[in-house]
Design a protein around this ligand. Structure first.
Ligand code: GLP
Length: 241
């Protein structure tokens, strides 16, 4: 696992955008694994800028979201499908039908995870997976105690994660309790994984992920076993390393 500490979020975004751009230029049909949350926003801004200014094209790319809420429709402005379209994919040339997310409205919610994993496999597997990290060490929505080999499935959010995400909803009672998330095993199959974190609130989770034991209690620690993973943080998020 490569650990990189940079002085500001703009440099983090530039470095990660370089990695995505290299992949997409080398293989235009690359499969991108996308994360929501505030952490990757600057990366998306930088990729949109490169698309507009230097012709970086995603016309042949595929994108798969990490996770999705259950209990709000896809059309809700806080569904991760809506968020990723608004923040990123609507502003580049990737065809809308190649932007995939777990279907939180599925009639067969228990079978949706296996269907999603199969669609990732059918697209050729994820080439580069972007990740943020929760304050409790979760990646995607794999909360502490998630199996290190888990597949895409339904999870129940912890109160901590619901509180962390309450800022996006009118009140705490509007925050969904259940989600679909790529599993830690699914994420581990990506060819390259890049976790980004900024701010002191992430420092403990980052330290546990990088320096702690590989343990289901800190789901992000599974990246220690990944053959091509990087953790890229600012000085505040790296302050407990
Ligand atoms: C949510 C998402 C995660 C994200 C985390 C941190 O729980 N499911 O993918 O990493 O939030 O979000 P932020 O980057 O806003 O701190």
């Amino acid at each position: 696992m490569e650990v990189i500490i940079l002085s500001d979020p703009g440099r983090i975004a530039g470095l990660v955008a370089d990695a995505v751009e290299r992949r997409v230029r080398a293989t235009p049909s690359s499969v991108l694994g996308l994360a929501t949350g505030s952490s990757p926003l600057k990366i998306y801004e930088e990729l949109i800028r490169r698309h507009r200014q230097s012709g970086l094209s995603f016309a042949d790319a595929h994108a798969f979201l990490l996770d999705e809420y259950i209990g709000i429709p896809r059309s809700h402005d806080q569904s991760y499908y809506s968020v990723i379209r608004r923040e990123f994919t609507n502003h580049i040339d990737i065809p809308a039908e190649r932007v995939h997310s777990p279907n939180g409205e599925s009639d067969d919610i228990a079978g949706e995870g296996a269907r999603y994993d199969e669609s990732i496999r059918a697209a050729g597997g994820i080439d580069i997976q972007l990740l943020g990290i929760g304050t409790d060490g979760h990646i995607g929505f794999n909360e502490p105690a998630s199996s290190l080999r888990s597949r895409t499935r339904v999870k129940t959010l912890t109160e901590q994660t619901r509180e962390d995400n309450a800022r996006f909803f009118p009140s705490m009672s509007d925050v969904p309790r259940h989600v679909l998330t790529q599993g830690l095993g699914t994420i581990s199959e990506s060819r390259q994984a890049v976790l980004v974190a900024t701010g002191a609130a992430k420092a403990e989770a980052v330290a546990a992920a990088v320096e702690g034991p590989v343990s289901a209690i800190c789901p992000a620690s599974v990246l220690q076993l990944h053959e091509h993973a990087a953790v890229i943080v600012d000085e505040a998020a790296g302050s407990a390393l």
